[in-house]
Design a protein around this ligand. Structure first.
Ligand SMILES: Nc1nc2c(ncn2[C@@H]2O[C@H](COP(=O)(O)OP(=O)(O)OP(=O)(O)O)[C@@H](O)[C@H]2O)c(=O)[nH]1
Length: 326
């Protein structure tokens, strides 16, 4: 049996991985894809944001970062998927793994070479890295993980080029090229990139990696920023839209630099659809999500990931934004 190709989709927090994945899942390209989705923080939001067609496999891994604590889970899930494929209960031809924005892709890639069963079933096709044109310069300065994601990329896709000037894009491309001359760089506006540049590209070349990182297969240590943490806020009562807007306006002004990523699925009083809120530092957006189902509890969840998170301010502030009890 031929090996099952695997694409590792990586990129720093908020760089557009889920947006790209959604595009791949929606497009009629004839590829049957199983998705493994890893999120930082105990409450997965991305899973709610992904479109799921009938028969697609989307598996969530939320108990930690895929590159360290949940690597055992990854091996187990890949093993189970392969077994289900063999016995006909799952129908897919390839796997895409979306890592957390804080994952170092090296240990994830390593899994496909060091675990015997996995390496006999799967083939690491490529590491595709999203780079957020608006925030990448600062992220690359500050975060080792962002550098590793670029360094290991077989393809680099630039998101959010619409938010910066042509000169800024050029300067970023130069920097990325200096960090990784192997990976072609293309722009991907809201995940728009030709599918044949992403899948089946046989981009991952172990020999090339071993030249850059001779310890790739044996090195199990990798670093994380210790002061990055996550906070999940839950609410069972709907929010008041105006209060919530004022609150986010205020915390972004004061703590925007600390808030590396935040996203929420929110119930707002008087509104039928869920409100999906997303942001990276000062840049925040909201959009209408799916409608709540009849009788479904309208519970909200907001996840924050950041440095020195102002926990009390966030928890108490959000509490103040709830609509008055009916
Ligand atoms: N302006 C602009 N916004 C984009 C683009 N691509 C993605 N976004 C927005 O950026 C935000 C983050 O996108 P996601 O796809 O959720 O990013 P992600 O990498 O999956 O985020 P994490 O998994 O939390 O790390 C969303 O609000 C997207 O709509 C783009 O090309 N331009």
């Amino acid at each position: 049996m031929s090996l099952i190709p695997v694409t590792i989709l990586t990129g720093f927090l908020g760089s557009g991985k889920t947006t790209l994945l959604n595009r791949i899942l929606k497009e009629q390209h004839g590829h049957k894809v199983a998705v493994i989705e890893n999120e930082f923080g105990e409450a997965g939001i991305d899973n709610e944001l992904l479109v799921q067609e009938e028969g697609e496999q989307i598996i969530e891994m939320n108990n930690g970062c895929i590159c360290c604590t949940v690597r055992g889970d990854l091996v187990r899930i890949l093993g189970e998927l392969a077994a289900r494929r063999r016995n006909g209960s799952a129908n897919f031809e390839r796997v895409i793994i979306e890592t957390t924005g804080l994952a170092d892709p090296a240990p994830v890639a390593q899994t496909f070479f060091v675990d015997e069963e996995i390496s006999q079933t799967y083939l690491l096709d490529a590491i595709v890295t999203l780079v957020d044109a608006k925030h990448a310069m600062a992220q690359l300065d500050e975060h080792h993980e962002a550098q590793e994601q670029v360094g290991f990329a077989d393809r680099i896709l630039l998101s959010k080029t619409d938010l910066v000037s042509v000169d800024e894009v050029r300067a970023l491309e130069q920097r990325l090229l200096r960090m990784n001359a192997r990976a072609p760089i293309t722009a991907a506006h809201f995940g728009q990139a030709p599918i044949d540049q992403l899948l089946d590209i046989r981009g991952f070349n172990l020999n090339a990696i071993l030249e850059i990182e001779p310890d790739f297969l044996t090195d199990v240590d990798h670093e994380h920023d210790d002061d990055v943490s996550s906070l999940v806020s839950r609410a069972e009562r709907p929010f008041d839209a105006a209060r919530l807007e004022d609150f986010f306006g205020a915390i972004l002004r004061i703590y925007g630099t600390h808030l590396m990523r935040y996203k929420g699925v929110i119930a707002v009083a008087g509104l039928d659809p869920r409100v999906v809120l997303q942001g990276v530092h000062m840049l925040m957006g909201t959009e209408a999500g799916s409608s709540w189902k009849e009788g479904e509890p309208r519970h909200s969840r907001i996840v924050f990931i950041g440095k020195q998170l102002p926990r009390d301010v966030l928890v108490q502030g959000l509490e103040q934004c709830l609509a008055a009890a009916a």
